[in-house]
Design a protein around this ligand. Structure first.
Ligand code: XMP
Length: 319
């Protein structure tokens, strides 16, 4: 007779047992997982918890403001808003290998969390919203050979040299279960229904080297794409949708001038748990309208592709 309310109470008991009266910091990413983890841990240990929202400069348009205000308005959880964008973006400069980018971001996250653990007066634990699929995907893939597809920055490899112990209360859950738990904890529906967003952020939607110029283009294009999806009332049917900026420029014509600008790939998939996914079958009308809007509204883009790859063989993110 398993219920989410029962799961919640049991999780709270385990968190109390694990951390005792130590201090905990929780890395908030703005996603559903880390938010649910934060609220759950706060129920368990109250103000022994401090949340740290790291702005790594790889967030979407308006995202930092949304997350900070949602936490300050709805919860009484102490929240540090750490603007570390210069540090992350300069460390990423010139890096074009996907694993090198992921590892650099993961390493900097640890540095930042360690600094904040000290700053709150010696936190011993770092809490993360790691889910079950994150745990298995970093070990094997869909029953296939045991290889690492991608280094998820929030799984494995961290603790040894970190000096912080991990609290991961969602490690046994799939995404749909985390959403149920979030409802149980009273998180607003608009927040629970948000598409997942990866820890490494826009860096993995920018194949090759990340630049501020590309990030600025991505933010605008992504906002138009999501606006289109909302206008057509498709948001809740889609697991995840985003724009990626391709590492190439192509020639186009605008008015009576030649353009030489970036190409974007749009990606949208349906999925149950992120382990496998199908590309979303938008109508040609929707795709045409969206491409036109993006090219008209976003400077620096003159071509838009739609990614029709499912997972496998593609992954959801481009890197
Ligand atoms: P892939 O690209 O591996 O993505 O098919 C599966 C799901 O995981 C998300 N993702 C991540 N989430 N840290 C995260 O928190 C990461 O490093 C990471 N990499 C991918 C991705 O957005 C998709 O929902």
């Amino acid at each position: 007779d398993w219920t989410m309310a029962g799961y919640r109470d049991e999780a709270i008991r385990k968190i109390r047992e694990q951390v005792g009266d130590s201090k905990v910091i929780c890395g908030l990413s703005g996603g559903v997982d880390s938010s649910v983890a934060a609220v759950l841990i706060h129920e368990a240990i109250g103000d022994q918890l401090t949340c740290v929202f790291v702005d790594h400069g790889l967030l979407r348009k308006g995202e930092a403001e949304q997350v900070v205000s949602m936490f300050r308005d709805h919860y009484n959880i102490p929240l540090v808003h750490a603007d570390e964008s210069d540090r992350f973006l300069s460390a990423l400069e010139g890096l074009d290998d996907p694993e090198a980018k992921r590892k650099t971001i993961g390493r900097l996250f640890i540095d930042v969390f360690q600094e904040h653990a000290t700053a709150v007066g010696g936190a011993e634990y770092l809490a993360q919203g790691t889910l079950y699929p994150d745990v298995i995907e970093s070990v094997s893939f869909s029953g296939g050979p045991s290889v690492t597809i991608k280094s998820h920055h929030n799984v494995g490899g961290l603790p040894e040299k970190m000096g912080l112990k991990l609290v991961e209360p969602l490690r046994e859950l799939f995404k749909d279960e985390v959403r149920q738990l979030g409802r149980e904890l009273g998180l607003p529906e608009s927040f629970i229904g948000r598409h997942p967003f990866p820890g490494p952020g826009l860096a993995i939607r920018c194949p090759g080297a990340v630049t501020r110029e590309k990030l600025a283009i991505l933010r605008e294009a992504d906002a138009v794409f999501i606006d289109q999806i909302r206008r057509h009332e498709l948001y809740d049917q889609i697991w995840q949708a985003f724009a990626a900026i391709l590492p190439m420029r192509t020639v186009g014509v605008m008015g009576d001038g030649r353009t030489y600008d970036y190409a974007l790939a749009l990606r949208a998939v349906t999925s149950v748990d992120g382990m496998t996914a199908d590309y979303y079958p938008f109508t040609h009308e929707f795709l045409g309208e969206t491409a036109t809007r993006i090219i008209n509204e976003v400077r620096g883009v003159n071509r838009v592709f739609y990614d029709c790859t499912s997972k496998p063989p593609g992954t959801i993110e481009l890197e």
